[in-house]
Design a protein around this ligand. Structure first.
Ligand code: OAD
Length: 229
């Protein structure tokens, strides 16, 4: 495989989707064993569903927390974590990059490990299989701090991400189908800003912005792709 020396670039962005965690055992959202095949997002992953049946939605996310904690970061996560000075922007809510040691990970779609109260605006970390509590001290149901279908992305996060991508000179997209906006627009933002754009995916997304497409699995491709100093 033609290798890449990241020290020849000044600003590297790793942009990851569910496929990044697939080899860890976390199911992706789409495709043959994707989560949305078994769980209708309108019942489990939108504000309307939470408003009508918070316990059901919380239970679904509890199952996901348990499943994720049974999985572990792989070689690809560790390789990214071992590249200080690079940016990690992820659509994943599983915290796998952080478990591998990545610092400053930007979570575009929130986190399975954070809950918030939309009544009193409290936000808390809750990193465990079980929830510490389903309700806030104010009596309101706690809501997973996740961007569900129909939610707006946090404006501050979007601003930061846009600034980072627009000023990177290499953009490496790993394991995303590119079906969800605004994330689907990031490769073109990177390319239009002059970055060299790479996609790593066993079933490439079909996006035309990439200069190089590497058809393969993240955990196998990443350790072979980079020259480490
Ligand atoms: P998808 O499930 O849409 O796509 C996963 C991608 O990973 C597909 O393109 C697969 O081909 C690829 N893939 C599978 N195994 C891989 C591997 N071992 N290495 C590399 N790639 C692999 O997941 P996302 O694109 O992340 O949002 O989905 C985007 C958003 O849609 C998610 O963040 C989630 C979902 O609804 C929310 O929950 C808000």
């Amino acid at each position: 495989m033609e290798t890449i020396d990241l020290s020849t670039y000044s600003r590297t962005v790793f942009f990851t989707g569910a496929g990044m965690s697939a080899e860890s055992g976390v199911p992706t959202y789409r495709g043959k064993s994707g989560i949305w095949k078994d769980y209708d997002f309108e019942t489990y992953a939108c504000q309307k569903a939470f408003d009508s049946n918070p316990e059901k939605v919380l239970h679904f996310h509890k199952i996901r927390r348990r499943a994720v904690l049974d999985c572990h970061p792989h070689e690809g996560h560790r390789l990214i974590a071992g590249m200080p000075g690079t940016f990690v922007i992820t659509q994943n809510i599983d915290g796998m990059h952080q478990r591998a040691g990545s610092q400053g990970v930007i979570e575009l779609h929130g986190s399975l490990w954070r809950l918030r109260c939309d009544n009193c605006r409290m936000v808390k970390e809750d990193y465990n299989q079980e929830y510490e509590s389903l309700k806030c001290d104010c009596g309101n149901w706690l809501r997973p701090d996740i961007i569900w279908f129909g939610d707006m992305l946090d404006a501050g996060v979007m601003h930061k991400v846009t600034e980072i991508i627009a000023s990177c000179d290499i953009f490496i997209s790993i394991g995303t189908s590119g079906r969800v906006w605004p994330a689907a627009g990031f490769p073109s933002l990177a390319r239009d800003s002059g970055a060299y754009c790479i996609e790593i995916n066993p079933e490439p997304s079909g996006a035309t912005e990439y200069h190089r497409i590497i058809q393969g699995e993240a955990g196998k491709v990443l350790p072979e792709l980079f020259i480490t100093h």
